[in-house]
Design a protein around this ligand. Structure first.
Ligand code: ADP
Ligand code: MG
Length: 277
């Protein structure tokens, strides 16, 4: 069963009397339970596609073709059925609210239940994303955490409502390499535990290789390649994909070290001062 099915789907942005196409003629399925990496250079339309799936396109966007949601019984609700994580955790975290309260609030708003139960869940999610001392951390504000920790907290806030799908748009692009891989490893573990469907947007083919079952490659608004990651890495059919792979020779066979072999806790807690990952 596919959560989304796109056929000849396109999005353009209106600017006075002109329509600037951002993605065009997209044929793509997002099967439940699989991890899709949407790959492409800056401006290729990745975020536009992610926003279209989330139902979050801005007012000046116009769509054409078909986008259906066969895997959702009712129209999916953001926050409850679809979780979102963006590049800048500052965009999803309220600077004036203690992080434990933010995570608990997401739970109460999306799933109901008591605040007491939601606060308990908030602490267990902080632990799950490897934030040290969850009871104390829950009472802190976002600025008291490093960038990588803030993104882990944003992840906890997105997952506490148990969405079936997580859409992550370059969630680690603002972080250093070690934090990126640690968070990707964590996301991969949690997705496996929970049977989460994942749509992961990135311009980094190495990062995509660690988490993706399937890959969709966008180039100038067109889907130039899509299919199982293993097939695309071994025999890319489009020159752009081949060029991307050529910049990462370590992705050619034999297989690179996979995220599953990296324990995110290796990186998160042992830095003197604790403010960095
Ligand atoms: P990516 O995420 O791959 O960098 P985007 O989806 O953000 O690509 O952008 C694709 C194209 O759409 C770009 O040309 C960008 O300038 C344009 N675009 C994105 N968002 C808007 C918007 N809100 N209004 C007008 N044009 C936009
Ligand atoms: Mg983008």
């Amino acid at each position: 069963m596919s959560l989304f099915s796109l056929s000849g789907f396109g999005v353009g942005y209106r600017d006075s009397d002109r329509l600037h196409p951002a993605v065009e003629a997209i044929d793509l399925d997002v099967p439940a339970g699989r991890h899709l990496a949407v790959l492409g250079e800056s401006g290729s339309g990745k975020s536009t596609l992610a926003l279209a799936l989330a139902g979050l396109l801005p007012a000046n966007a116009e769509t054409n073709g078909m986008l259906s949601r066969p895997g959702f019984a009712a129209p999916p609700r953001l926050g409850r059925d679809i979780g979102l994580v963006f590049q800048d955790p500052g965009g999803s975290l309220d600077p004036l609210m203690r992080v434990g309260e933010q995570i608990a609030e997401a739970r109460v708003v999306n799933r109901g239940g008591t605040w007491r139960a939601a606060r308990g869940l908030a602490e267990s999610w902080l632990a799950r994303v490897s934030i040290p001392d969850p009871p104390a951390s829950a009472r802190k504000y976002p600025h008291q955490f490093s960038g990588g920790q803030k993104q882990r907290i944003a992840l906890a806030a997105a997952l506490v409502s148990e969405p079936a799908l997580l859409i992550a748009d370059e969630p680690t692009s603002a972080l250093d390499t070690m934090s990126q891989y640690a968070i990707m490893g964590l996301l991969k573990e949690i997705a496996a535990e929970r049977g989460l469907t994942l749509v992961f947007v990135t311009h980094d083919i190495a990062l995509a290789s660690g988490i993706a079952d399937d890959i969709a490659v966008l180039y100038r608004g067109r889907l130039v390649e899509s299919g199982p990651a293993a097939r695309i890495f071994s025999t890319p059919s489009h020159p752009y994909t081949a060029a991307l792979l050529a910049t990462r020779l370590d992705l050619a066979k034999p297989r690179p070290r996979r995220f599953a072999e990296i324990d995110p806790r290796d990186f998160s807690l042992h830095v003197p001062g604790g403010a960095h990952e």
